[in-house]
Design a protein around this ligand. Structure first.
Ligand code: 2BA
Length: 109
């Protein structure tokens, strides 16, 4: 079994959760905040059996779109105070950032 930790954009999360649930995957949604943009995003915890792992990744890849985003966050400029840190910069926020962990043990009580 694997635990997929998928950080996705809020705009994609509802459709993604519905698609995963419809295909029988168990999903836990966490409201999270990206460290760079300091904007809300969604982290999904998905425990999957090994034989369904590829199918799950495929759904995530299919439904999560990367988008260009402009930020003027001072933190995005490196945290220093100064005129350059206030200039807008454009970044491409990925469709999904996915971490895969091996599950040592799984239990439900
Ligand atoms: P944020 O940290 O808010 O980052 C949003 C986007 O800003 C990133 O998209 C990337 O395009 C850009 N970015 C991030 N750090 C940057 C930097 N130091 N300089 C220039 N541009 C930078 P993604 O890479 O697709 O990441 C989307 C979200 O996924 C991130 O939101 C964060 O919440 C999470 N994430 C990405 N990599 C991660 C990692 N290694 N560990 C934990 N979370 C991660």
């Amino acid at each position: 079994m694997k635990m997929i930790v998928a950080i996705v954009q809020d705009e994609d999360s509802s459709r993604l959760i519905s698609a995963l649930m419809n295909d029988g995957f168990g999903v836990t949604k966490l409201a999270t905040t990206g460290g760079f943009l300091r904007a809300g995003n969604t982290t999904l915890l998905i425990g999957v059996d090994d034989d369904r792992f590829d199918a799950c990744l495929h759904i995530i890849e299919k439904l999560c779109k990367s988008r260009r985003q402009v930020t003027t966050s001072p933190l995005a400029g490196g945290g220093a105070v100064g005129m350059y840190t206030q200039m807008p910069i454009e970044v491409t926020v990925g469709g999904a950032t996915v971490f895969v962990l091996n599950v040592e043990q799984f239990a439900k009580f």
